[in-house]
Structures are given as C-alpha cells and as structure tokens.
Write a protein that binds this ligand. Structure first.
Ligand SMILES: [Ca+2]
Ligand SMILES: [Ca+2]
Ligand SMILES: [Ca+2]
Ligand SMILES: [Ca+2]
Length: 388
C-alpha cells in the first residue's frame, strides 16, 4: 500500500487482507484505523528499543521489578499487550502503572516459566492516541524453593544373613526441581546405633553393608536416609525410609530340650506304642528337623517319627534286654546334635503260670471254708475234687 497524499487529522479506515497460495487460497482480513497527525513531538518514544530485567522468582505480588519510560510532550499511559502464551503474559503475571512501573500481580515460579517477553505499549491520552510499543524481557533467577524428593519412600531391601560385608544393598535416589542444587545423603540420627552395619555414600546414595547380619539377633532394620539440596543454611531436606529384611540362613544347630531322656515301657507293649516325644529348639526359621537312633538299638526295637515321637517298633522282651541305652540324633540337614535316651523294659506276666501255687492257695481256701461251713463240707469236698 502506498500513501500518496494525506492531510493532518485525516482519518482512514480499511481492511488488510492476507491470503496464502493454496487452492483455493485461505484468506483473512484485519481492520486498520489510521489517523494522520502533525509531525510534532507528541509521539511517544521509548528510551530504549527493548529492555531486559532480572528478578528473583520469589518476588512477592505487588513488587515493582522494573520501570520503563517513553518520551512524549503529551501525557502518556502504559499497558501490557497480552500475547497467547504464558511467556507473553497470559495469564497475567505482570502489570504496569501510569509511571511505567512494571509490577508482579500473581506468584511466579522459575521452574514453571523461567522468562517472559512482554509487549509494553505507551500511548497518549487522546481520543485517537499515539502509540509506541517496546519489548521487555524479564528473566527469573532461581531461588531454592523446592524440597528435594526421593524416587521412592519407602525402599525395601532383603539381604541373606550370611552376606559378606562390602555388598551394596541399594541406592537411594533423590531429585530437586530447582535449577541449581547439590544433593548429599546421610543417615538419620536413629541409624547411628547401626553405624557398624550400614553406611550411605553422601554423593551417590549407595547403601553398603559393613558387617554380616545375624537374623537371629535382628531381623528387621529401618534406616532413615536424609537428603539435603545444598551445604548452606538455606538447604532444604527430605527423608525416606529403607526397610531392610534379613533373610534366614540355616546357621544354627537344633538343640535337644534335654541332654538325657528317661522312659519305660511294658515288655508286652504293642508296636506303635509311643513312649515319649523328643523336642528340639532351632533358632533358624527354615529348619526341618529329622530324628534318628544312632546307637544302642541294633535290632530296631524303637523308632522316632518326624515329630519326635519315640515308639515301639518291634516285640520287646525284658528277659532278653531289660534296658536300652540309646543315642538319639536330630539334624536340620546342616547340623547334627545328639542326646541319650534310657528305656527300661518293665516286666509283664508273660511266662507260663506255676500250677502248684494255685493248688496250695486253693487248698487253703477250701480248708477254711470246711471249718466254717461244716454243713456243706460234702459239697466243697466234691468241688475240690472236680477242680483239682
Ligand atoms: Ca531445592
Ligand atoms: Ca527454584
Ligand atoms: Ca539363621
Ligand atoms: Ca538350623
């Protein structure tokens, strides 16, 4: 468009159309209002073609972060022309007053938006204002306003109790949303009592086993791990818990409840008769105890079941063996322990009766009856003859 000849105070209204080269072409129109002014010094002119400022991200709402100025012989007002993005002040984070002071109208966050490019317009306070625009760049400076955080809380770790010292158990990892930080890890005070067992690398967060663990002493540990985001007084910190579970290993022998057992059984006891129950204590969780008779019973007269019941396994005979001195063993497949077991065989009336004893006893009873009951002596006499 070329303007050939215009007059002061002349006013124009028209549309400018833009079209692409598609087929069919896409078009759009924008209205234009043009007012021809005299070439005087009322036209506002900014002191700089653009401005740049830095500010802390935590400047409070209402803070003035910069002042810009446009020159004009006429009174001016300023406004920020909003764009379409967060960086161009939509939604509104900054405003400008009549003195050209740019101030904060809503909280800022460098981690969300680190910089703004504002279009500021100065215009005369006339019905048809004279305008001038400039660009104001605002850069936010980081403030340590984010707590570091761990990837997990809690962490779970399992470790067999026979694990050698020096093994790395796990690595705790923390992050920080601030631009600048230097994370360091340390155990909480509550872990001090385990300082001979665990260590944490302050830079990497690797937790290392310093000594073998014994599940039979302690099965669970809760380790508090702290992370700080810098060394200074403004450091923010956070913590996580590492739950350590010690897995059992069969490292303890079964122990009989007594070193010597005593039992007795009738010699006519049936097979399967239980004499007693042996018991053992094994500190390990996973021990499966088996019992055996290792000495003193070559004929297999006794056996021990899987739950420790000692039972008769064969016909006994007191007259042959009146007492057994057994060695019993218990094993958890790794350790074997023994105890002694003495079994007395009790007499049973298993020999043929001696008839003479019965005869003498019977004769004595009949003689007494004969004296006391003389009237029926004939009858008893006959009975005696029949019995005998
Ligand atoms: Ca931080
Ligand atoms: Ca920050
Ligand atoms: Ca164990
Ligand atoms: Ca065991």
């Amino acid at each position: 468009m070329t303007i050939t000849s215009v007059l002061v105070d002349e006013y124009f209204q028209f549309f400018v159309q833009a079209s692409d080269k598609g087929n069919p072409p896409m078009k759009n129109n924008v209205p234009v209002n043009m007012w021809v002014t005299d070439n005087d010094d009322a036209q506002p002119i900014f002191t700089q073609p653009s401005y740049s400022f830095f500010m802390l991200e935590n400047e409070p709402v209402g803070s003035v972060i910069a002042t810009i100025k446009a020159m004009s012989s006429a009174p001016l007002e300023y406004l920020i022309i909003p764009g379409f993005t967060r960086s161009s002040n939509t939604p509104s984070r900054f405003s400008i007053d009549s003195q050209g002071r740019i101030y904060v109208v809503a909280p800022l966050d460098m981690e969300t938006n680190s910089g703004f490019t504002l279009t500021v317009q100065a215009q005369t306070l006339s019905n048809t204002p004279l305008t001038q625009q400039t660009t104001v760049n605002v850069r936010l400076m980081d403030v340590n306003d984010n707590y570091p955080y761990f990837e997990s809380n809690p962490y779970y770790v399992t470790v067999p109790e026979n694990t050698k010292a020096g093994l790395d158990l796990c690595k705790v990892i923390a992050h920080d949303n601030d631009k600048s930080y230097k994370l360091s890890y340390s155990f909480g005070d509550d872990v001090r009592k385990y300082s001979h067992l665990f260590s944490v690398d302050s830079a990497s967060g690797v937790i290392t086993l310093l000594s073998e663990l014994d599940r039979e002493v302690q099965e669970f540990y809760n380790l508090t791990v702290w992370v700080r985001d810098n060394e200074g007084p403004s450091a923010l910190q956070n913590f996580t818990i590492v739950h350590v579970t010690v897995i059992d290993y069969n490292d303890n022998p079964p122990i009989f409840s007594r070193t010597h057992y005593q039992a007795a059984v009738n010699e006519d006891a049936y097979m399967g008769t239980i004499l007693m129950t042996l018991t053992t204590i094994d500190k390990d969780l996973t021990s499966d105890i088996h019992y055996f008779i290792t000495e003193g019973d070559p004929e297999g007269k006794f056996k021990i079941s899987s739950n420790g019941d000692v039972f008769v396994n064969n016909q006994l005979d007191r007259e042959a063996v009146p007492r057994y001195k057994l060695t019993v063993a218990a094993t958890d497949k790794a350790f074997v322990t023994t105890a002694s077991l003495t079994i007395d065989i009790l007499d049973a009336n298993d020999n043929a009766p001696v008839c003479s004893k019965v005869f003498h006893f019977t004769v004595l009873r009949f003689l007494i009856l004969f004296i006391e009951l003389n009237e029926i002596k004939i009858f008893f006499h006959k009975s005696f003859i029949i019995f005998y």
